[in-house]
Design a protein. Structure first.
Length: 325
């Protein structure tokens, strides 16, 4: 194992796949000359040249469409958004072309394309730059959605996403690019659609994903001091979702808390809640509790932002609620 930053894991995954397959290229704003807005493509222009690492104008609709068209013609593009907030400018191409082309063409065209970049909040970036759109994209059939929480998972899942023959939404976090973690030295991939039990426990199941899962880890450490054992599941893949791992854990712990950095209405936690109550209702010893952001646009004020975001204290409170403590 080696220890590298999250951004380095992303760059390694893309570079390794581009060395393996000449049809793969990276395109987006500042990915080439600037080495990426978050330095997640550092050194790639020098290695692969300007025909495979392509700087674009600020035109998400345009370069998303170009990527989809090139995928229809045998390429495997990686499209980087400086943030998924900006993907809204190109969402027509993603939803109405990338996700639907395989069905609308009767299987004549598949779209092997990855759309990647940061999601959710990243400090004081205010309402229009602090949104989590995982549930938006996961709602659309034809798309796969991945949100890794650490460098190892990010690299293995990104390699799988690049090799996949369907469009994949790959969501990162600006606040995780500097995170360090152990990554295997050799070649490896992580299959899409498989959740990971990050911490074994017996009293309560906590399901989360992305950077907010750190609050679950902190809560579990605090609760352990009170002899409360938390099992933490990192979804990793939002769609297709690994329902079995969640259900099996709930059958063991009989309690479920879901932590998600998203608005409360109609989100990933809502879907998990439905699946658990429909498949494992008789195993539940308490109502499911889901923890989300406040039901408002993200505030700019640091004090308000702190209140808006879920934190480890919220998780501790939720766990004790389902344990009736």
């Amino acid at each position: 194992m080696k220890t590298i930053q999250f951004r380095e894991a992303i760059a390694e995954a893309m570079s390794e796949e581009m060395r393996r397959d000449e049809t793969i290229y990276l395109m987006g704003e500042e990915v080439a000359e600037y080495n990426g807005a978050y330095k997640a493509s550092k050194g790639m222009l020098e290695e692969f040249g300007a025909k495979r690492v392509i700087d674009t104008p600020i035109s998400e609709l345009g370069f998303s469409g170009i990527g989809i068209g090139s995928a229809m013609n045998g390429n495997r593009p990686i499209i980087e958004f400086m943030t998924f907030n900006f993907s809204l400018v190109g969402i027509d191409q993603i939803i109405n072309n990338a996700a639907k082309m395989r069905q609308m063409s009767g299987g004549q065209f598949n779209i092997p394309i990855v759309f990647r970049g940061p999601t959710a909040s990243a400090g004081q970036l205010a309402a229009t730059h602090s949104q989590a759109f995982e549930s938006w994209y996961a709602n659309c059939p034809g798309l796969k959605v991945i949100v890794p929480s650490n460098p190892k998972d990010a690299k293995g899942l990104l390699k799988s996403a690049i090799r996949d023959d369907d469009p994949v939404i790959f969501m990162e976090s600006e606040q995780m690019y500097g995170d360090k973690g152990e990554v295997p030295e050799g070649e490896y991939v992580i299959p899409i659609g498989v959740a990971d039990i990050k911490r074994e426990g017996k009293d309560v199941t906590i399901v989360s994903f992305g950077k907010i899962i750190k609050e679950a880890y902190a809560a579990a450490e605090e609760l352990e001091k009170e002899n409360i054992s938390c099992e933490i599941i990192d979804l990793r893949t939002i769609r297709p979702m690994d329902h079995k791992t969640i259900i099996d854990s709930v059958k063991k712990t009989n309690r479920l808390v879901i932590l998600e950095e998203a608005w409360p209405f109609g989100n990933i936690a809502t879907e998990i809640t439905y699946q658990v109550q429909s498949q494992a209702f008789d195993y539940l010893d308490a109502p499911i509790v889901k923890i989300n952001t406040a039901d408002t646009p993200a505030p700019y004020s640091p004090g308000l932002l702190k209140e808006w975001l879920p934190n480890s204290k919220d998780v501790v409170k939720a766990v004790k609620k389902v344990l009736y403590k």
